[in-house]
Ligand binder design. Structure first.
Ligand code: BGC
Length: 752
C-alpha cells in the first residue's frame, strides 16, 4: 500500500501530540481521564491537578451552599456535589434540596444510635469507634460525604438544651471518645465534622451571645476535644459555632480558626459554618471560614458567593485565599472517595443494630440499687407494673438536628415485654401525660421549628395517676419510666431547660407509687442531669438510660433482667440544685449572660472540678455508676515509661469480688498541689474499661503523657508541667478513689 507524504506528516504530528499530551502536567497518560480522577495518586496531587482547571465562578461555587445540605459540584469537570447531613447520632431524614420540608422518601431511614451523652456514659473508646463506623457506613448508603458530628461541646450548665448531644463535662473523656468516633467514621469513607467550634455551651441566645472565657479555661476545658479530634483523630472538617468568642463570631473568628486550628494544630480540612452562622463576607473570607452553609436564599447572595467574588475581583482579597478554601473543600470530597466510586454502604444491618444495642446497654448507669432489687428474675418476679409515659415514647426523632427517622425504635415497654412477657405478667399504666412543647409551624433561619403546647386537664392528670397507683398496688414490682421528652425545653436544640426538675407531675407521682409499692425502680430517660427530690431516698433502685436509640428497649430490658451487668458511669456531675452549679453562681452574668455577653467566671472549674475544689456535695458525682457485682482495687504501681519524656505508666490490679461477670471503668485522676496557678482539686487524665469474670483479677495499665500534668500558661502559649510531686489517684468514680500514689516530675516539662 502506498502512502502520500501528507499522510506521514499527519502520522508524525499525531505521534508528537500524543507524546506532548502524556508529558503534559494537565493531562494524565490516559488523555480521556484527567489526573484528578486517578485514585492511585495522592490526594494533594489530584487537587493540584484539578484546581487550575476551575474557573473563578466554579471555585466560588465550591465555597458556599447550593442546597440545604449541598454544596459545590462542577458538572463540566465531573466534580460531584458535596452532600452533608446531620447528624451525630445517625443519618437524618432527607429534606428537600431547597427547603426544610421532609423530602418524603421511604428510603431515608437510618439506625438511631444512642444520644452522645449515652455513648459518653459507656467510657468505651472501642464502642465509640464502632459507633462512628455505623454512621459512616450508613452515610455512604445515603450518599452523604460529610456527617455533621460528633458534637463535642462541654457540658458547662446542666440545663443546656443540647447536653444530650455532647460527651459530658470532662475534656479528656470527650477527647478520647471524639478521636475514636472520628477515626471510625472516616475509616468508612465518610468525613466527620466535629462541632460546634467553640464554646457553644448554651442554647439560650446561641446565635448572638458573646462568650468571655479566659485563655486557660478555653485551652484546658473547651478546646481539647476539638484539638485531639483534629490532631490525633484526623478530622477533616469542623463546624463553627453560632456564638461569638471574645467579640467575634466563631464561624469567622481569626483567633480560633486561623491561629489555633489551622496554625497551631495544622488543620488541613475545611471549616464549615453552622447553618446561618456566617455574618460578614470580609471576615468569612479572611478569618478562616471555608464553606458557608445555611438557609438564606438565594444562594448567589451568600456571603461567600457573589459578595466574595467581588472582593476577589477588585483585589481586596487575594485569589490564594479562595484557592486555599477550595483545596480544603476538595480534600473532603477526595478523601470520601467521591471521585472514585465509594464502597457501597448499608443501613440498619443486624451488625448496626447490635452496635446500637451494645452502646445503649453499656451506657446505662445504675445510680442506686438498695437491697439488690435489680436485676429482676423474670421467672420469679410475678407481676410487673410498668408505669410512665417514657415507657411508650419514641425519642429518636427528638432534639432537632440530631434527630433520626429510625428504621425501628424499640420502646422500653416493648423491650420489657419481649424479654419478660412470657414468664411474668407485665401491666402498663401511663401515669401521667407530659405537658409539653411540640414542634410544628414555621422554622427559623437554622431550620428549628417553632412549636405549640400540649395541655393536660387536671381531671385527666388525676385519673392517670390514680390508675397508675392502683397498678402499683397490684404488682409485685414497679418499673417507673419517666424523665424528659427530648422536645423543646426538655433536651432539645435551641432551648435550654428552665430548671433541673423532672417535669410535673413525675416527682409527686413517684412518691405516690413508691408509697403504694416500695419495690419500685425508677428509670430515667433523659439526656442531662435531673434532680430526684423528694423520692430518691424512698425508691430502692434508679437507672439512667439516656436516649437509647433504635435498640433502647432491648438494651434497657437486658440491664433490668441482668443479661447485661450495668457498667455505665456518669459523664457529668448531677448537682443537688442548679445554684450549686458553677455556671449559675454569678447571676445573669455567668448564665445566660447580660448585655450580650456571658462570662465564664468559673474559669477552669467546670463540672466536678468545681464541686471538688469548692467542696460542694453533688447528688451524684462525675464518673459514678454501680454494678450488680463489686470490684476491688490493689497494688498501684507508677513507673516512668522507658523512653520517658514525662510519660508515666500507672498500673493496678482490679478484681471482680462479686458473683456476676461485669465491667469496671477504672479512672485515673491527677492532683497538682504545687503549681503556681490555681489547679482543680483533681482532673481525669486516663481511664480504661475492663471486663472481669467473677473472682477474676486483671492488671490495668494506663499511660499519663506530659499533658496529664500540665496546665496551659497563656503568657508562654504553652502547656507547662511544673516539676514537683503530683498525686495519682485511681478509683471507681471521682469521689470513690481507692488507690493513691505520688509521682515526682524531676524537671519542668513544656508539653505539646
Ligand atoms: C445546628 C447544627 C446542625 C445544623 C444543620 C444547626 O442549627 O446547630 O448542629 O448541624 O443546624 O442542621
Amino acid at each position: 500500500m502506498k502512502h502520500s507524504l501528507g499522510f506521514f506528516r499527519l502520522l508524525a504530528a499525531t505521534a508528537a501530540a500524543v507524546v506532548y499530551l502524556s508529558n503534559s502536567p494537565w493531562l494524565h497518560a490516559d488523555e480521556r481521564r484527567p489526573a484528578y480522577f486517578d485514585a492511585s495518586l495522592p490526594i494533594e496531587e489530584r487537587i493540584d491537578d484539578l484546581l487550575p482547571r476551575l474557573s473563578l465562578e466554579e471555585k466560588i461555587g465550591l465555597v458556599h451552599a447550593n442546597g440545604k445540605f449541598r454544596a459545590g459540584g462542577v458538572e463540566r469537570l465531573g466534580v460531584p456535589y458535596l452532600w452533608t447531613a446531620d447528624g451525630p447520632q445517625g443519618v437524618r431524614e432527607e429534606v428537600k434540596v431547597d427547603s426544610w420540608e421532609p423530602a418524603g422518601w421511604t428510603s431515608d431511614y437510618a439506625t438511631a444510635m444512642p444520644a452522645g451523652i449515652g455513648l459518653a456514659a459507656t467510657w468505651d473508646t472501642n464502642l465509640a469507634e464502632a459507633y462512628g463506623r455505623v454512621i459512616g457506613e450508613e452515610a455512604r448508603a445515603r450518599n452523604k460525604h460529610v456527617m455533621l458530628g460528633p458534637a463535642v461541646n462541654i457540658v458547662r450548665t446542666p440545663i443546656c438544651g443540647r447536653n444530650y448531644d455532647y460527651f459530658g463535662e470532662d475534656p479528656w473523656l470527650a477527647a478520647r471518645l471524639a478521636v475514636a468516633y472520628v477515626k471510625g467514621m472516616q475509616a468508612e469513607q465518610t468525613i466527620a465534622c466535629i462541632k460546634h467550634f467553640a464554646a457553644n455551651n448554651q442554647e439560650r441566645f446561641r446565635g448572638t451571645i458573646d462568650v468571655d472565657v479566659d485563655e486557660r479555661a478555653l485551652r484546658e476545658i473547651y478546646l481539647p476535644a476539638f484539638e485531639y479530634a483534629v490532631r490525633e483523630g484526623g478530622a477533616l472538617s469542623i463546624m463553627g459555632a453560632y456564638n461569638k468568642l471574645r467579640g467575634e463570631y466563631c464561624c469567622h473568628n481569626g483567633y480560633l480558626l486561623n491561629d489555633v486550628l489551622k496554625g497551631e494544630w495544622g488543620f488541613r480540612g475545611a471549616v464549615i459554618s453552622d447553618w446561618g452562622g456566617t455574618h460578614d463576607t470580609r471576615e468569612a473570607a479572611l478569618k478562616g471560614l471555608d464553606l458557608e452553609m445555611g438557609t438564606r436564599k438565594p444562594y448567589e447572595e451568600y456571603y461567600l458567593a457573589r459578595p466574595f467574588q467581588e472582593l476577589l475581583q477588585n483585589g481586596e482579597v487575594p485569589m490564594s485565599v479562595l484557592d486555599d478554601k477550595v483545596r480544603r473543600n476538595l480534600r473532603m470530597l477526595f478523601a470520601s472517595g467521591a471521585f472514585d466510586g465509594r464502597r457501597p454502604g448499608s443501613i440498619n444491618t443486624p451488625e448496626h443494630r447490635e452496635t446500637a444495642r451494645r452502646v445503649a446497654a453499656e451506657g446505662i448507669v445504675l445510680l442506686k440499687n438498695e437491697g439488690g432489687l435489680l436485676p429482676l428474675d423474670p421467672a420469679k418476679v410475678g407481676t410487673i407494673a410498668v408505669i410512665g409515659e417514657n415507657a411508650v415514647r419514641r425519642f429518636a426523632a427528638g432534639g432537632n438536628a440530631a434527630g433520626v427517622k429510625a428504621f425501628r425504635e424499640m420502646t422500653s415497654l416493648e423491650g420489657i415485654t419481649a424479654r419478660a412477657g412470657a414468664q411474668a405478667n407485665v401491666l402498663y399504666s401511663r401515669g401521667y401525660a407530659q405537658r409539653e412543647q411540640f414542634r410544628g409551624g414555621p422554622r427559623d433561619v437554622a431550620g428549628v421549628q417553632g412549636g405549640g403546647l400540649r395541655e393536660v386537664s387536671d381531671e385527666e392528670a388525676r385519673a392517670l395517676a390514680d390508675r397508675a397507683v392502683q397498678a402499683a398496688k397490684e404488682a409485685d414490682v414497679v418499673i417507673f419510666i419517666g424523665g424528659l421528652t427530648h422536645r423543646p425545653g426538655a433536651d432539645d436544640e435551641g432551648v435550654d431547660r428552665a430548671d433541673l426538675k423532672l417535669p410535673e407531675p413525675q416527682d409527686e407521682l413517684i412518691m405516690r407509687i413508691v408509697a403504694a409499692n416500695p419495690r419500685t425502680a425508677v428509670v430515667l430517660i433523659a439526656g442531662s442531669p435531673v434532680t430526684m427530690e423528694p423520692w430518691l431516698s424512698e425508691v430502692p433502685a434508679v437507672l439512667d438510660a439516656w436516649y437509647g436509640g433504635s435498640e433502647a428497649g432491648s438494651a434497657l430490658a437486658s440491664v433490668l433482667f441482668g443479661d447485661v451487668n450495668p457498667s455505665g458511669k456518669l459523664p457529668c456531675t448531677f448537682p443537688k440544685s442548679l445554684a450549686d452549679s458553677p455556671a449559675h453562681r454569678g447571676g445573669a452574668r455567668t448564665y445566660p449572660g447580660e448585655n450580650g455577653v456571658v462570662h465564664y467566671d468559673e474559669g477552669v472549674l467546670v463540672g466536678y472540678r468545681w464541686f471538688d475544689t469548692k467542696k460542694i456535695e453533688p447528688l451524684f458525682p462525675f464518673g459514678f455508676g454501680l454494678s450488680y457485682t463489686t470490684f476491688s482495687y490493689a497494688n498501684l504501681r507508677l513507673a516512668p515509661a522507658a523512653d520517658s519524656a514525662g510519660r508515666v505508666i500507672v498500673e493496678c490490679d482490679v478484681t471482680n469480688t462479686g458473683s456476676r461477670a461485669g465491667s469496671e471503668v477504672v479512672q485515673c485522676y491527677v492532683r497538682d498541689g504545687h503549681a503556681p496557678v490555681l489547679r482543680p482539686e483533681k482532673e481525669l487524665k486516663a481511664f480504661a474499661k475492663v471486663q472481669l469474670a467473677p473472682g477474676e483479677t486483671k492488671t490495668v495499665s494506663l499511660e499519663l503523657g506530659p499533658r496529664a500534668f500540665a496546665y496551659y500558661a497563656p503568657d508562654r502559649h504553652r502547656w507547662v508541667a511544673e516539676r514537683g510531686t503530683f498525686q495519682i489517684l485511681v478509683g471507681a468514680d471521682s469521689r470513690d478513689l481507692r488507690l493513691a500514689g505520688d509521682y515526682t516530675l524531676p524537671a519542668t516539662v513544656i508539653a505539646e
